[in-house]
Design a protein around this ligand. Structure first.
Ligand SMILES: [Zn+2]
Ligand SMILES: [Zn+2]
Length: 301
């Protein structure tokens, strides 16, 4: 039987609330600095095609030291060795790592964790794309509760990996146990979804974060890209002149300025035209985000 001890998120919340306000800020600040530092180390290694966890090149595989970088498949990793990876690293560690990797290629747009696209019965359903590889994490409410046969009677998730669109690791081959820390995080998010969000660190955000950002912030901080493959958002701007019609040359000049400076048209327009025109901008996520790979669940007995 499972002798797993669940941490009680409720008493944790009470504990947090009993702390003096300054103390929570101090802990947050410290955690934030540690997270930034870890991500900086990750990035430095990534740029040299090395793994910051084990310090070895991505193309190295040492059987004695299983590592998450095996999943990038730059080494001779075989699907049958996958269990070694998840026995050494938990859900949070594996998913953060893969998110960080995907974000190096394209920020947020490679990670489909959109709540709107998640199945109703799912606790987790996220697809992450990087180069020719696609990873999917899938956990239904039943998996989370740990109902099932003897090999799945504990809280677990499922994982799929495709290479060049072909199956490499199948969803149903593994029931991957959540760690105590994973469950603690998931329970907290589950209990107070408005207060707590599962954070994958400064380099780990996906499309859900992208769509939750305040539109004003997007307008002010977004840089226009030449290439759609690198983009996170699409913007469509409609301009309606209030008094005088806006001259074509004027718009042309703004378009050129947008190209030269990387400032989105939408923010240039609302800045320059001010009260003279109504500027409406619709911001939506790029079309080319990965589809969430669907798992067909076996019939429960
Ligand atoms: Zn490694
Ligand atoms: Zn399952």
């Amino acid at each position: 039987m499972d002798d797993f001890k669940r941490v009680n998120p409720k008493s944790f919340k009470e504990m947090i609330e009993s702390l003096p306000a300054g103390e929570i800020d101090r802990i947050h600040q410290l955690q934030h600095e540690q997270a930034l530092d870890e991500h900086r180390r990750f990035k430095e290694h990534y740029e040299r095609e090395e793994c910051y966890l084990c310090g070895k090149p991505f193309k190295t595989l040492s059987k004695s030291a299983p590592c998450i970088h095996w999943l990038l498949r730059r080494c001779k990793f075989k699907a049958k060795d996958f269990s070694k990876v998840y026995q050494a690293f938990d859900y949070h560690q594996i998913s953060s790592y893969l998110r960080w990797v995907a974000n190096q290629e394209r920020f947020q747009g490679n990670i489909n964790d959109l709540v709107d696209e998640k199945g109703e019965r799912k606790v987790i359903q996220t697809t992450i794309k990087w180069k020719n590889i696609e990873w999917t994490f899938d956990c239904s409410k039943t998996d989370y509760e740990g109902h099932g046969g003897s090999n799945s009677s504990f809280p677990h998730y499922h994982f799929q990996m495709r290479i060049d669109g072909k199956q490499f690791i199948n969803f149903n081959s593994h029931h991957i146990r959540f760690s105590e820390k994973d469950l603690f995080n998931l329970d907290l998010v589950h209990q107070s979804p408005d207060l707590v969000k599962h954070s994958f660190g400064p380099g780990g955000s996906g499309m859900q974060d992208a769509v939750e950002v305040d539109p004003e912030f997007i307008l002010q901080h977004t840089v226009a890209t030449e290439n759609e493959d690198e983009a996170t958002y699409h913007m469509q701007t409609m301009v309606m002149a209030e008094d005088e019609p806006i001259k074509g040359e004027y718009l042309q000049a703004l378009i050129e300025e947008s190209r030269a400076t990387g400032k989105p048209m939408a923010s240039l327009l609302s800045e320059r035209l001010g009260d003279g025109a109504k500027v409406n901008t619709i911001i939506f996520p790029v079309d080319r985000i990965p589809d969430i790979a669907k798992r067909t669940e076996r019939k429960r007995r």
